[in-house]
Write a protein that binds this ligand. Structure first.
Ligand code: SAH
Ligand code: SF4
Length: 373
C-alpha cells in the first residue's frame, strides 16, 4: 500500500502544512525569531505567496536560505469543472494515479468549500462511492490545507474583499477522524488569525462515528460537528455504516452530547441519507426522533446520490417531505440538503477520484484495523 505523501523528490520542508508552533520551531532552528514564522504564515495563507522571493519584509539572506531548505507546494490540479449552478469541483493529484476532490458551493451569504481528508476511505459505508473505492492513504496536512489555499487563490473575492471560502466542511472523500494526526494541524491553520481566521462555527468536521476521536476533538478544537447517523437502530446502522459494529449508536450519541456540552450546547448536525425503502419510513422517523429530541441536535436529510454499481435508490421527494415533517412534529429540527453540482457529479457521496490500481483496504476485509493515525 502506498503510504508515502506525494513529493517532488525534494526534501525541503513544505511550509504550507505547518501550523504556528511548528513553524516557530523551524525558524528557531534557523536562528530566527518567532515573529518570522508569523510573517511567513500570513504571506502563504493570506497574501497568496508562491515563492519566498516575494516576501519583501524578510532579509534577502533569509529568503535565500528559505529557498534552499523549504518550499510552498500546493497540490497539483488535475481538472476543474464548473456547474451551471456555480458549484466548482477540483480534482487534485495525490500520487500513483490517484486523485481527491474538493467542491466549492457559492451562496449569497457564504462560500462553502467541501474538502477531502483521505485518498479513498476504509470505512466502507454501503451507500458511498468513496467507500466503494477502498482506502489508499491519508492526505498530509499540506494536501488538506492546500485545497483551501487553492480555492482562495483561484476564486474571486467576495463583496467587501472577503476571501471566497468563508466555511469549510470535511465532507469530501475520506473519514477525517481516521486521519486525526494530519487533521489537527489543518484545523489549527483554518482557525488561526495568521492563516484563514475562520470561527469554530464555520468549520465542520463530518464523521461516521469514530467515538474516541470525537472525544479528543472536543478537547482539542471543538469545531462544529456533523455525524453521519443514517439509521435509527443498530441493526440497520451495522449494515449501512459498518463502523457502528465497533462504536454502536448509544456510545456515539453519548459522545455527541458530551461534545455539545463542551461547546455550551451548540447543535450537533446528524446527517441522514434518504434511501428508498431502507431507512425512510415514518417508523424510522419516529425512532430517530426518540433518539434525538430533547438534545442539541438537528437533522440534515440528504437525498441519496446514486453512482455506478450501487443498488440503492433515492427516496421520493414526497417520502423525504413526510419524513422531515414527522421529525419536526416530534420536536426535532430537520432540513433537507439541496443537491448542488449535479451536472458535474459534485454531490455528496459521488466524490470518487478517477484512479487506477487502487489498493483496497476495506473494513469488511480487514475488519477492525480501521482507525487511526
Ligand atoms: N467520512 C465522513 C465525511 C465524508 S462523507 C462521513 O462519513 O461523515 C460526507 C457525507 O456524505 C456523509 O454524511 C456521508 O454519509 C454522505 N454520503 C456518502 N455517500 C452518499 C451518497 N451516495 N448520497 C448522499 N450522501 C452520501
Ligand atoms: Fe468513508 Fe464517510 Fe464514505 Fe463512510 S460515508 S465510506 S466514512 S467517506
Amino acid at each position: 500500500m502506498a503510504t508515502r505523501p506525494m513529493t517532488t523528490g525534494s526534501n525541503r520542508l513544505n511550509l504550507l502544512g505547518q501550523p504556528q508552533d511548528r513553524l516557530e520551531a523551524f525558524f528557531a532552528e534557523l536562528g530566527e525569531k518567532p515573529f518570522r514564522a508569523r510573517q511567513v504564515m500570513q504571506w502563504i495563507h493570506q497574501r497568496g505567496a508562491e515563492r519566498f522571493e516575494v516576501m519583501t519584509d524578510l532579509s534577502a539572506q533569509l529568503r535565500a536560505r528559505l529557498s534552499e531548505v523549504a518550499e510552498i507546494r500546493l497540490p497539483s490540479v488535475v481538472s476543474e469543472q464548473v456547474s451551471v449552478d456555480g458549484t466548482v469541483k477540483w480534482l487534485f493529484e495525490s500520487g500513483a494515479g490517484q486523485a481527491v476532490e474538493s467542491v466549492f458551493i457559492p451562496e449569497r451569504r457564504r462560500g462553502t468549500l467541501c474538502i477531502s481528508s483521505q485518498v479513498g476511505c476504509a470505512l466502507d459505508c454501503a451507500f458511498c462511492a468513496t467507500g466503494a473505492q477502498g482506502f489508499n492513504r491519508n492526505l498530509t496536512t499540506a494536501e488538506i490545507i492546500g485545497q483551501v489555499c487553492h480555492a482562495n487563490r483561484n476564486l474571486p473575492r467576495r463583496p467587501g474583499n472577503e476571501e471566497a471560502v468563508t466555511n469549510v466542511v470535511f465532507m469530501g472523500m475520506g473519514e477525517p477522524l481516521a486521519n486525526y494526526r494530519n487533521l489537527l494541524p489543518a484545523l489549527d491553520l483554518l482557525l488561526s488569525d495568521l492563516a484563514y481566521g475562520l470561527s469554530r462555527r464555520r468549520v465542520t468536521v463530518s464523521t461516521s462515528g469514530i467515538v474516541p476521536h470525537i472525544e479528543r476533538l472536543g478537547d482539542d478544537f471543538n469545531v462544529s460537528l456533523a455525524v453521519s447517523l443514517h439509521a435509527p437502530d443498530n441493526d440497520l446502522r451495522d449494515r449501512l455504516v459498518p463502523i457502528n459494529r465497533v462504536h454502536p449508536i448509544e456510545q456515539l450519541l453519548d459522545a455527541c452530547w458530551r461534545y455539545a456540552a463542551k461547546r455550551s450546547n451548540r447543535f450537533i448536525t446528524f446527517e441522514y441519507v434518504m434511501l428508498k425503502g431502507v431507512n425512510d419510513s415514518l417508523a424510522c422517523a419516529d425512532q430517530l426522533a426518540a433518539l434525538l429530541s430533547n438534545h442539541p441536535a438537528k437533522v440534515n436529510l440528504i437525498p441519496f446520490n446514486p453512482f455506478p454499481g450501487s443498488d440503492f435508490r433515492r427516496s421520493s421527494s414526497d417520502a423525504i417531505g413526510y419524513f422531515q415533517d414527522r421529525l419536526r412534529k416530534r420536536g426535532v429540527i430537520a432540513t433537507t440538503r439541496r443537491t448542488r453540482g449535479d451536472d458535474i457529479d459534485a454531490a455528496c457521496g459521488q466524490l470518487a477520484g478517477k484512479v487506477s490500481d487502487r489498493v483496497r483496504t476495506r473494513l469488511s476485509e480487514k475488519n477492525k484495523r480501521i482507525v487511526t493515525a
